[in-house]
Design a protein around this ligand. Structure first.
Ligand code: ATP
Ligand code: ZN
Length: 300
């Protein structure tokens, strides 16, 4: 049962208090039109203009807060979520509502640079330091390679130098931390981004209504993210060719150009980014006055 003091009509969302996901989580809420005044000074904050309260916590606590129903929603890395679900032995207490386009990283096995590597079997019987024992254990079991897991809560990358472990399994995004510690990644065991999760029990009607709005806005923001609005002038004669060059666009608007019958103005929403190469090709095909604009929000 969810705790009795949970408000009946306000959604409660857990986000990371400070760390790699905090700014992006708050920015996403802002893009969805949900305003919070002075984040991070308090543990719990009420949104001014939306029936939603924010709980600022450590990311590791978010899966449990949502699974236990202390919060209706959470934004957390799928790595942390999956680790927590494996530890709990169930994935039925939460639903992943949306995967998000931030917090991208991978959980990778990394070895000291000088250690030779031909394949996973080279790691049989070695000690592997990680903060993700469940994910690591599962991977090695699936691969049929025996390994000894050494669980550390942080600074995993220095474990080989300290003699605590032979290799590590840690989160990597750019790889610069590994490089600085003279390690090299050899296998990726889990790819992750942040996700919006919900407690698996159905929300009451008030909260369900508010959550539908959140999801609709979030989809609008995510859809707009990779999308561009393109405007150009095109010779009528080359219109078919030019339309073929526009990435992921359907049914552009074609407008006459005042004082020039040989050309038209073309406006289109492109579902993919428009690169310089595309613009060069458009130019070659006779397009001129090409403008590419970002789209902030989108609702179809
Ligand atoms: P907390 O104090 O909340 O426990 P933390 O130190 O455990 O913070 P962060 O380092 O802020 O966590 O990372 C939070 C999440 O960001 C990770 O679980 C992961 O999903 C994501 N992430 C993205 N890139 C990286 C990276 N290079 N290293 C670690 N995490 C990353
Ligand atoms: Zn953490």
């Amino acid at each position: 049962m969810p705790p009795a003091n949970l408000p009946k009509d306000r959604l409660r969302l857990a986000i990371q208090k400070s760390g790699r996901l905090s700014t992006d989580s708050l920015d996403l809420l802002k893009a969805c039109g949900i305003k919070v005044k002075s984040p991070k000074e308090k543990l719990l904050l009420h949104a001014d203009n939306f029936p939603l309260d924010l709980l600022f916590v450590r990311d590791d606590d978010i899966p449990q807060l949502v699974m236990d129903g202390v919060c209706d929603l959470g934004i957390v890395g799928q790595n942390v979520l999956e680790e927590s679900a494996l530890e709990r032995g169930t994935t039925s207490a939460y639903v992943v509502e949306r995967t998000l386009d931030f917090g991208g990283c991978r959980l990778a096995i990394a070895l000291p640079e000088e250690r030779p590597y031909t394949g996973l079997k080279d790691l049989a019987g070695l000690r592997i330091a990680t903060s993700y024992p469940q994910l690591t254990k599962r991977y090695f079991a699936q691969q049929g390679v025996p390994a000894e897991i050494v669980t550390l809560s942080g600074s995993v990358e220095i474990a080989p130098r300290l003699g605590l472990a032979d290799v590590i399994c840690d989160l990597v995004s750019s790889g610069s931390t590994l490089e600085a510690n003279k390690l090299r990644a050899v296998e990726t065991i889990f790819k992750s981004t942040a996700a919006l999760i919900r407690n698996a029990r159905p929300l009451n009607p008030e909260k369900a209504h508010a959550f539908d709005i959140v999801l609709r806005r979030l989809d609008g923001v995510q859809k707009a993210a990779g999308t561009k609005y393109i405007m150009l002038h095109a010779p009528r004669a080359n219109l078919t060719e030019i339309r073929k060059l526009l990435p992921g666009s359907e049914n552009p608007t074609i407008l006459p150009l005042a004082g020039d019958d040989s050309k038209v103005a073309l406006h289109a929403v492109c579902a993919e980014d428009v690169f310089w190469e595309t613009m060069d090709a458009l130019k070659q095909a006779g397009a001129s006055s090409i403008l590419v604009l970002p789209i902030e929000k989108m609702m179809l």
